[in-house]
Write a protein that binds this ligand. Structure first.
Ligand code: GLU
Length: 333
């Protein structure tokens, strides 16, 4: 019997229509899930595919309300014995954030695969149909189980923890620079290299947060970008606006100027969670390298970039944790 895969559509360029096939200008979120499924030949050879529209927005407009709905729906669908896997179609701008959020909040070992496109549906050499074909192939594949949330783009299978968008327009935009790929998929043929070693999905401590009609409120966490002569009072603005945590997109190994270190340490002393991440696209941020994290009361993001570090901190703060616990979470997830 053919596996059953449900596609949950959220919008993005894969559902976008350009003003003309050879023009950069386009509007995302125009094509419905029905039209998208019809546009991919032989999808029905891989699986019995059905679709649902969760939202239809460019991924710059994805909100935590949409994400809570999405993860709640995925958890409900995957409880059904006859559903083998889920594909989420999504814009590429914030795809890594959604994939990481789902990686922490989905409550099942079954495959959940996020995909999208860099070129609109009617552009020359649109990449969406083959990405969708490959994503359904992975979602229908039993070997994709227990690997956490995966992102399939341009024949690559990425783990949600590791991938990042590296190019504004190229179809080869996603890389997993620190840990490498989970596998590859070529016209539906999958090859796996590894299981992601960070904790995820059915083993995540956050996997019960959004199981049903959850009303969990996520606390505000802001990101501040470090640069030469960085003004430390940006952080005052975050806290005055209700942020319980601040992620610093630091220079290099999570650095910031002395004035910012002092200000951030004073804030940490008053209970604001300060996470040092990096504005550099690849590498990890280590504890107590140039900044005395122990003395300042800071947390380091390890491999997580600022956008993903923010998501982990938001989820962590729902548990009212201490500093040590939060640091441990950054080494675990
Ligand atoms: N801003 C669009 C989005 O993220 C463009 C990116 C894309 O889907 O390729 O939805």
């Amino acid at each position: 019997m053919k596996p059953r895969v449900v596609i949950l559509a959220t919008g993005g360029t894969i559902a976008g229509i350009s003003h003309a096939p050879a023009q950069a200008g386009y509007a995302s979120g125009q094509v419905t899930i029905r039209q998208m499924i019809q546009s991919v030949p032989d999808l029905d050879h891989l699986a019995v595919v059905t679709g649902e529209q969760i939202s239809n927005v460019g991924s710059q407009d994805i909100s935590f309300d949409i994400l809570k709905r999405l993860t709640g729906r995925i958890n409900a669908l995957l409880e059904q014995a006859d559903i083998h896997g889920i594909v989420v179609t999504h814009g590429t701008d914030t795809m890594e954030e959604t994939a990481f959020f789902l990686n922490l909040t989905v409550n099942s070992p079954k495959p959940v695969v996020v995909t999208g496109a860099m070129r609109p549906a009617n552009a020359i050499s649109a990449d969406g149909p083959l990405n969708l074909f490959n994503a359904v192939a992975v979602a229908a594949d039993s070997d994709a189980q227990e690997r956490g949330v995966l992102v399939v783009m341009n024949d690559r299978i990425h783990g949600a923890h590791s991938l990042t968008k590296t190019n504004t327009t190229s179809v080869e935009t996603f890389l997993s620079p620190v840990n490498g790929l989970v596998g590859t998929v070529n016209y539906g043929k999958t090859v796996y290299f590894r299981f992601p070693f960070r904790r995820h999905t059915f083993l995540s401590r956050f996997s019960d947060l959004f199981c049903t009609q959850s009303r969990v409120m996520l606390p505000r966490v802001d990101i501040v970008y470090a640069c030469i002569d960085m003004p430390p009072d940006l952080m005052d603005c975050c806290v005055a606006s209700g942020a319980q945590g601040i992620v610093i997109a630091g220079d290099g190994n999570g650095n910031m100027n002395q004035a910012t270190v002092k200000k951030a340490a004073r804030m940490a002393g008053r209970g604001v969670f300060i996470v040092r991440s990096s504005r550099v696209p690849t590498g990890t941020v280590g504890r107590n390298v140039e900044v005395d994290d122990d003395a300042c009361g800071f947390i380091v993001s390890d491999e997580l970039n600022p956008a993903k570090a923010r998501i982990l901190l938001m989820l962590a703060l729902t548990e009212k944790p201490d500093l040590k616990t939060v640091q441990q979470l950054f080494y675990t997830y």
